[in-house]
Design a protein. Sequence first.
Length: 637
Amino acid sequence: MKTYQIIAATGCPTGIAHTFMAQEALEKAAADRGITIKVETHGQEGIQNELTQAEIDAADAVIIAADKDVRKERFSGKKVIDVSVGRGIKEAPELIQKALSDTIPVYHAAGGASISSANQSAEEKPSFWHQIYVYLMNGVSHMLPVVVAGGVMVAISFMFGINSADPKSAEYNEFAFYLKSIGGIAMNLMVPILSAYIAEAIAKRPGLIIGFITGMIAFTNGTGFLGGIVGGFLAGYVMLGLSHLLKGLPKQLDGLKSIFLFPVLGIFIAGLSMWLLSTPMETINKGMMDFLAGFQDSNPILLGLIVGAMCAFDMGGPVNKAAYVTGTALLAQGNYFFMAGVSAACIAPPLATGFAVLFARKAYSADERSAGYVNFLLGSTHITEGAIPFAAKKPLVVIPFLMIGSAIAAILTYLFQVQVPAPHGGFIVLPIVTHPLLWIFAILLGSIVAGALMAWNQNRSAQKQERKKQVSPQTVVTEKAEPVSLSDVIRNDLIFTDVQVSSQEECFEQLADIAVRSGLATNKKAVVSGFEAREKESTTGMEHGIAIPHTELAEIAKPALIIMKLADGVEWNSLDDSETRLVLAMLIPKGGAHGHLAILSEISKLLVHESFINELMQAKTKNEIEQLFKEKVENHD
């Protein structure tokens, strides 16, 4: 059975982008450290790469990077880091480093006390507000597919005419009637599903059942999505309270509790409470919706400014979701103006990054240019998260630029009185958008303005960096703007077979000799010390007789991979206690070049595949080893 040092679970409310960006970031950070990891993703298609109980039991630590429920109780008794999905993307190396330390508390489900070291940091324990946000987003993530599907169905019905679903209208079309009816039923499920899955995140299955009921009360009494949120939390915490109160009953009555006591008492307490709250909630909900809708006519500029700033502020985070959920709620009430501005503001940021790399091509790296071009596609389909990597590098500069662009797009959308009856889809839903050309113009103008500002700032930074290089011509430049060749890293002259060494220390000495002799490094002693320092953090001896020593130093002039097949096995304190027979030593300059690191990361990922390890161990000559690496890296998905 394959085991992993670290296991992880990622999930975001929509399950489209953040989930998999966090997975990739954690896998890359682990590969850079030579750490084995398995990441379970909770995306829109369900759970993928699911962790088995055996894998959980064997892991040293768990990283949860999620804004939705990922069934944390499975990890009871393990060292757990629990953070938002955004931190999983931005701080992956730090999280991997922390997971290897002894400062992580042991998590115990069902209210058990955490066992922690004396150096435990409070930040590992999720804050109350983050936990509330996770519960809320669990409801939103389950609600969104239903809202999107129902909204698109309703929107398509309008293609046959605005009144085509009305049997009394001259435009009546039977097919349009069915589309709108089916879509309307789906949209009506929005509030009950939201409420049910908020409660499910808090109190699991008993909460789900009562949450559906409080959600239906909210829908029936007209309290809208705000009532659904209150109903979800009410149902969840009522069921938690009942679970605590009834835990003293004999175990023989467990069946009676789940089938009779929990549902009956839960419905009575949560249902009655929700009904009594309905009148004030309905007033609040109606007042809020009227307030927002009133802006459309009285002050569309202010409304566009608010919506644009919210959507671009955290691009898929809680502030963005507040605007989006409000838009879907208004859609359910037949207001298609508000969502038009929200959609425009969500589409603009990724498009802006695409224009930025077009306007300042030479100032961005090859990886950044590729990401920017891909964002033209992502933005066109209403996936805002593609802009996050650009914003994460310079948040205090780039996020305000994106907020300006999104605000321009939203303001113009409201001024042009555009209507978008679908809650998602981007330019795919153009056939059902009113004034589609004006809508595209609003989005493109906002995107171009933001992109131009980003390009100006990037050019400015590049020029400042160039001036620094001119002042210090002796500085070794390790960053490359152009794509990196695989042959720069995997070279025949850096592959050695039948190497005679008797210890790990002697191996480090030989590796450092090769690095200096080949012009890869300037100081042998620094390279040896770098390898030794890394080894003190945690062993680089993997399973199956492979070791991946690596170091990042200012004395390293050029990234490289030195491959050594040893004549005899060497003790390396490996994970499976086997002797090391194959050494893959990675040399990385300080602040190493992104392209080289990407290739080194791909090489590291190959080492989790037993078939590749077997082929590598069977290879006899330098040419066979070189060809095997190049073929596998080039074909590795």
